[in-house]
Design a protein around this ligand. Sequence first.
Ligand code: SF4
Ligand code: MG
Length: 316
Amino acid sequence: MGVYRRLEAQLKPVDYKSDIEPTWCAGCGDFTVISSLTKVFSELRIPPESIVQVSGIGCSSRAPLFMRTYATHTLHGRAIPFAIGVKLANPELTVICNVGDGDLFSIGAGHNPHAARRNIDITVICMDNQVYGLTKNQVSPTSREGLYGSLTPYGNIDRPINPVAQMLSFGATFVAQTFSGNPKHMTEVFKEAISHRGFAFVNVLSPCPTFNKVDTFKYYREKVKDVNSELPFLEYPLVKEKNINEEGHDPSDFKTALELALHDLDHYYNPNAPVPIGVFYRKEEETYEDRVSRVKERYKAVKEPTLELLQSFINA
Ligand code: SF4
Ligand code: MG
């Protein structure tokens, strides 16, 4: 479990909210993200002083201000390295990054593969509105082709990146997608992600009603389907191969997770394609923090390190 300290007496979700009223626009998708997070903190009985939320820059990065936990509002794109520092300094903390699609997949993109492949025990929550909202409407790495932005008057000419497929290929041990218009689903996914011991990534489809008039609540509400329980994905070859009937996708199956993720952006090009949400992948694996202390301990007695000896420490 990624939760190391628990309260005996449960606090209410409201006890995890700060006195600062959210400054987001009315109808912003990010409101329900903090409601779901505070619900999960309460359900998991995490002491507020054991939670550190780290954000970068963007509308979504204001989220920690509105909750009563420790928090750091860092530089653009640098939430992950700050979070890693916090976690390594005190591995018993529950460390969460609240970031946006521009922050995580453009400015800070270089940090993602390394945090994921090392399996650092942090949870990264990306509020993905497919646009830069704080700077008033520029297209982001997840914007669909053709989307209008203040710097792209002819529409976005870049191909969008695929957050779920990227994080799977980087080696994240927990990868999920949810929708801020479905708080029940989002709460369940956050609970699993925060409880996971290792690098957890959740992409939240979180509409920006002020600037993105295409990827709206209405749009997603009609399209999202849960890969773990709904089955409009049966024609995908690997899903078909498994002959899944009623049970949905098994998150321990990496290849099928990747296949489902590779279809994640189909809806940008095909109006009939569903948008997959749910837990794509989950795997128990030694965390970076545990590996460091184990290898250090075994190294103490070594006089002459050889490649074989060191490899035997790492892989034991
Ligand atoms: Fe939310 Fe968009 Fe307003 Fe930012 S600009 S607070 S993302 S609705
Ligand atoms: Mg954004």
